[in-house]
Design a protein around this ligand. Structure first.
Ligand code: C5P
Length: 226
C-alpha cells in the first residue's frame, strides 16, 4: 500500500508550504486538494453557472480538465482546460468561491476518486481539510496544523503580497474567519482533526521547525522512511 501523509488545517496554517517541503524531502507526490475546489469554482464561473448550482458544479468536478506541474524556474503551474490559471486561483475571492462549492455534497463526491488516484508509489503528501477524515482515513500519519488567527492572517497577507495582490490585514482576517466558519460548520466533511491526527500548533515557529517535526513523525510512523 502506498504510504500517505495527510496535512489538514484551516487557511493560513501553513499546510501547503509544509506539505510541499515534506513531499520534496521524501520524493513523494503532492495533492493540493484545495486547488481542485478552487478549479471547480473557477470552471463553474467561466461556464456561467449560478453560484448555488450544485449539479452543474458537480459536473464540472467530474469533467475537470486540470494539470499540475512546474515551470522551468520550478514555480508551480496549474492549468485549467489547458490555460494557465496558477495566479487566478490563488486570490482570496477564488478561495471564498472554492469554499462555497466545497460545501456541496455532490462536488465532494465527484472529487473523491480523483483525489485518491494521487496516491501512487513511492508515496503521497495530501493537504486540505478532510484528507485524514474522509479521503485517506487509513493514512499512517495524519497531521492537523493550526496557528493563531492573527498569525494565519499575517501569513496569508505575506503570501498574497508576494504574488502582487493587495489586501488589508483587517479585510483578510475577516475573510479568513468567514471561510473557516463555513468550512467548519458545513454538513459534509467539515474541517476538523481526525480522531487519530497529531495536532501541531505552528504559531511562532519557523517553517523549518514545523517541517522537521513532521519529518521526525514520518520517520517514526512510516518504517520505509528510515
Ligand atoms: O486550501 P485552500 O485554501 O486552497 O482551499 C480552498 C477551499 O477549498 C477551502 O476554504 C475549503 O472550503 C475547500 N477545501 C475543502 N476540502 C479540502 C481542501 C479545500 O473543502 N480538502
Amino acid at each position: 500500500m502506498t504510504p500517505v501523509i495527510t496535512i489538514d488545517g484551516p487557511s493560513g496554517s501553513g499546510k501547503g508550504t509544509i506539505a510541499r517541503r515534506v513531499a520534496s524531502v521524501f520524493g513523494y507526490h503532492l495533492l493540493d486538494s484545495g486547488a481542485l475546489y478552487r478549479l471547480v469554482a473557477l470552471a463553474g464561473r467561466r461556464r456561467g453557472l449560478a453560484a448555488d448550482d450544485e449539479p452543474g458544479h458537480a459536473e464540472q468536478a467530474r469533467t475537470l480538465d486540470a494539470e499540475f506541474g512546474t515551470d522551468v524556474a520550478g514555480e508551480e503551474r496549474i492549468l485549467l482546460d489547458g490555460v494557465d490559471v496558477s495566479f487566478e486561483i490563488r486570490t482570496e475571492a477564488a478561495g471564498a468561491e472554492a469554499s462555497r462549492v466545497a460545501a456541496m455534497a455532490a462536488v465532494r463526491a465527484a472529487l473523491l476518486e480523483r483525489q485518491r488516484a494521487f496516491a501512487r508509489p513511492p508515496g503521497l503528501v495530501a493537504d486540505g481539510r478532510d484528507m485524514g477524515t474522509v479521503v485517506f482515513p487509513a493514512a499512517p500519519l495524519k497531521i492537523y496544523l493550526t496557528a493563531s488567527p492573527e498569525e494565519r492572517a499575517r501569513r496569508r497577507h505575506n503570501q498574497l503580497k508576494e504574488k502582487g495582490l493587495t489586501v488589508t490585514i483587517d479585510d483578510l482576517s475577516q475573510e479568513i474567519r468567514e471561510r473557516d466558519r463555513r468550512d467548519s460548520s458545513r454538513a459534509v466533511a467539515p474541517l476538523r482533526p481526525a480522531a487519530d491526527a497529531i495536532l501541531l500548533d505552528s504559531t511562532g515557529l519557523a517553517i523549518e521547525q514545523v517541517v522537521d517535526q513532521v519529518l521526525e513523525l514520518a520517520r517514526s510512523r512510516l518504517p520505509a522512511m528510515n
